[in-house]
Design a protein around this ligand. Sequence first.
Ligand code: ADP
Ligand code: MN
Ligand code: MN
Ligand code: MN
Ligand code: MN
Length: 359
Amino acid sequence: MAETVHTSNTATLQKYLQLPQRGQVIAEYVWIDASGGTRSKCKTLPSVPASIKDLPEWNFDGSSTGQAPGDNSDVYLRPVAMFPDPFRLGDNILVMCETWMSDGKPNSYNFRHDAALLMKAHSKEEFWFGLEQEYTLLDPSGWPYGWPKGGFPAPQGPYYCGNGTGKVFCRDIVESHYKACLYAKINISGTNAEVMPAQWEYQVGPCTGIDLGDQLWMSRFLLHRVAEDFGVKVTFAPKPIPGDWNGAGLHTNVSTAAMRADGGMKAIEKAMESLAKRHVEHMKVYGEGNEARMTGAHETASYDKFSWGIANRGASVRVNRAVAEEGKGYFEDRRPASNGDPYQITGMIVETLCGKVDG
Ligand code: ADP
Ligand code: MN
Ligand code: MN
Ligand code: MN
Ligand code: MN
């Protein structure tokens, strides 16, 4: 089916975006749906909220998002983090929300709740996380942007961190998203073109505890919204194109206060022992379709077996050379797929390294 793409008339939109709001604030409530996508709807607030506590609870029709049955469709939105809105500017905000049911239980797709309990229980460990979000941009027909229609570009090699026409596609989207994240006070630490053409990466972090999940989810929302302005699609699929094309990951960099302190390598080695014992549990929450990506080729490890090594991009976990030389720092769990849920991933890591918490 042919698809009609409507790219907005930005000059006209600009005229309306500049209209004063008479002291009122627009809050865009964002949540995670049943398929790992983001949804949002907005609400007018009478004045500027001083903190998250000033934001009212809200709800949506969960039967329309696959998150609740039609006969009990109300799902509640509980604000957990707010960010300056890079689209509407001014005092307007984006609000990250948890989803809750009327019986007082978290929605089945609310993975933040358990993760937040774990982070809180083990807060004295001072976990830091930095995630490398890889993604692929697609044209309206669903083929990687800039690739020949029904065909393939020249083999991988010139694209990673590339410059120049034919080597990178949609840098305008990447730049716009970067600026939007900075404006929104997301701790975005960098960006680079990836090995497969039309594939990109940005990093969020280091962030403490549950903040990483909140910020990464909001950065994904921003990416979808920015790409929408350009009429381009974003996919977080771990292996968007089968064959000799790199998959997309969500490398998860982790440290605790002990790992960052002098002699922290001991704590890192201890963490490796713990991770090795729970490989299967981790893989369950490290993204759907990850088997297709983790083939042992294309800078990935085996799907079934845990391994770690210094400077080894073919291991499940890599400790970078500088960390090994300094004897302290962090480790990089390379197993998570690009579509993994950062709440589940970081939650699982804390559980494995520090122990379960009753929720
Ligand atoms: P790579 O060399 O694997 O491509 P990147 O530079 O893309 O690594 O990403 C490294 C990530 O590690 C960044 O998001 C950064 O914020 C994060 N990071 C750096 N130091 C720490 C630390 N001590 N603990 C956790 N994350 C860290
Ligand atoms: Mn209605
Ligand atoms: Mn990277
Ligand atoms: Mn990468
Ligand atoms: Mn990496």
